[in-house]
Design a protein around this ligand. Structure first.
Ligand code: IMP
Length: 223
């Protein structure tokens, strides 16, 4: 009986101690999580990348840093563009950062739109304009093979490092789904029965070009 009383009396002390220990542990985790700037204004990309790095890396957006102007992207390859975007941000903040550049390469179009995927239907065009143009150009073509390619450029202490991800698939003849962004409604990844725009963000990330490249980046950053 006496020992039960003693236990009841000291219980609050222990629970307080456990709580304190948990707080210290949580703070340690936060402190040890690495801060890294993501050099993009594309909220879809930020969302996808956040989902992959969650709990491992602390992503800082350009919005948080007050950088709202467009980042120049004038290269002729995904690598050049990823580098240009990451350098632009690194030179302003001198903090580790990374940028992703992605393109859709379509076999029947000899790899177009590729690095020009964002402006495929013209300057300031919408995702819908790009899809319309793609479906028009592929009209009547039986070879619908395509792939998404992502190149990530990391700038760490001023040094560049690159990570890549490729996702093969097929272009549909009409739009399916309304999730995701860009060409997602007309791209069915190889071995799957639904378009990226029909999948959850998590399912897309598991197999997508960006998911693959981001996991490579994390592997490097956490090694
Ligand atoms: P960026 O130059 O890397 O921002 O991407 C070029 C264009 O490719 C974007 O404007 C989108 O239209 C398209 N894009 C990039 N990533 C994806 C994706 O994961 N799914 C569908 N379209 C994408």
């Amino acid at each position: 009986m006496a020992s039960i009383k003693l236990f009841v009396n000291i219980l609050p002390y222990f629970s307080h101690l456990i709580q304190r220990k948990l707080c210290i542990f949580a703070n340690k985790l936060k402190v040890s999580m690495r801060d890294i700037i993501i050099a993009t204004h594309n909220k879809h990309k930020i969302e996808e990348i956040q989902q992959v790095v969650k709990g491992k890396i602390n992503i800082i957006s350009l919005k948080e840093l007050g950088l709202n102007n467009d980042i120049p992207e004038t290269g002729d390859t995904l690598k050049e563009n990823a580098r240009q975007k990451a350098r632009y941000v690194y030179e302003r903040f001198h903090k580790d950062c990374f940028a992703d550049d992605t393109g859709l390469e379509v076999d029947a179009l000899d790899g177009r739109p590729g690095v020009y995927s964002a402006r495929y239907a013209g300057e300031k065009c919408s995702f819908d304009d790009n899809i319309d143009k793609l479906l028009e150009e592929l009209d009547g073509k039986t070879n619908r093979k395509a792939c998404f390619k992502t190149v990530i450029c990391l700038i760490e202490n001023g040094e560049e490092k690159y990570f890549e991800g490729i996702c093969k698939g097929n272009i549909t003849t009409e739009r399916y789904g309304n999730k995701g962004f860009g060409y997602d409604p007309v791209f069915i990844p190889e071995g799957h029965g639904e378009s990226f725009a029909e999948m959850s963000g998590e399912a897309k990330n598991k197999i997508s070009h960006r998911g693959i490249a981001t996991r490579e980046l994390i592997k490097y950053l956490l090694k």
